[in-house]
Design a protein around this ligand. Structure first.
Ligand code: PEP
Length: 258
């Protein structure tokens, strides 16, 4: 099965809704139909910019998917400050990042809350991008693969195989996020292959063949083609290099053949 790569721009806590509108218009101008045919692109603005980005994407029929950076697992309720899957789905959000290492590190996200969020996102008809990854200590101790596979298995507990086939996993070694240090393409491929093998073992071969596995961690226009070179690496989750429309567009156009 051939999987279409997905390149996702995670803006984190950057860009007002006005910056976001200008960004989307510039990005749309820089990509052509062939880029969109070859590569799926999603943008993950802050919650405050979702509606503005959705309006521009819809009005100008720009084939870029809208994404969110996080979500709560309940559809509604007394959860001050939270955003529900239902609210995101109503805004035509397609992808929701779940379990980003910054959420795990600074905001108490656990394997258990990640698992609840994954199921809630799927129930609302959206696609989770499930982030997994090891820190430097864990890598040096030699337990990275078991840890990362364990994170994914916890996230996918009680998810139906058909749903697993259509979701996205982002392998993001924490020591490579925002640091300018990347894993090698071989490391990214090896971890993606291990994650896919775990999906096959737990959820069947169709799920393993369908799930898309992104690499994330200091991806930029100069390294993206190499980082996505392995057969099991199906795209990139991009932080810093997604903040400037010209740089992000250049990163996506690096995936043109030849
Ligand atoms: C990220 O935020 O998921 C990320 C990979 O960031 P960066 O590209 O800046 O390392």
């Amino acid at each position: 099965m051939s999987r279409k790569p997905l390149v996702s721009g995670n803006w984190k806590m950057h860009h007002t809704h006005l910056d976001a509108i200008a960004f989307v218009q510039k990005l749309a101008f820089s990509l052509d139909a062939e880029d969109h045919r070859r590569t799926d692109v999603s943008l993950h603005p802050a919650f405050t910019a979702l509606r503005s980005v959705q309006t521009v994407l819809d009005a100008d029929r720009i084939p870029v998917a809208l994404g969110a950076q996080d979500v709560h697992w309940e559809q509604k309720g007394a959860f001050t400050g939270e955003i529900s899957p239902l609210m995101l789905a109503k805004l035509n959000v397609s992808y929701v990042i779940v379990g980003h290492s910054e959420r795990r590190q600074y905001f108490g996200e656990t394997d258990e809350t990640v698992s609840k969020k994954v199921r809630a996102v799927l129930a609302a008809g959206m696609t989770p991008i499930i982030c997994v990854g090891e820190n430097e200590e864990q890598r040096e101790a030699g337990g990275a693969e078991d840890l990362v596979v364990g994170q994914l298995e916890a996230a996918l507990r009680s998810v139906a195989p058909e749903a697993v086939a259509s979701l996205v996993v982002a392998y993001e070694p924490i020591w490579a996020i925002g640091t300018g240090r990347t894993a090698t393409p071989d490391d990214a491929q090896a971890m993606a292959a291990a994650l896919r093998a775990a999906v096959v073992a737990d959820h069947g071969s169709e799920a393993g063949a369908g799930v898309r596995i992104q690499y994330g961690g200091s991806v930029n226009p100069d390294n993206v083609a190499d980082m996505l070179g392995g057969p099991d690496v199906d795209g990139a989750l991009v932080g810093g290099a997604s903040l400037d429309a010209e740089v992000f567009a250049r990163l996506i156009t690096q995936l043109r053949p030849g």
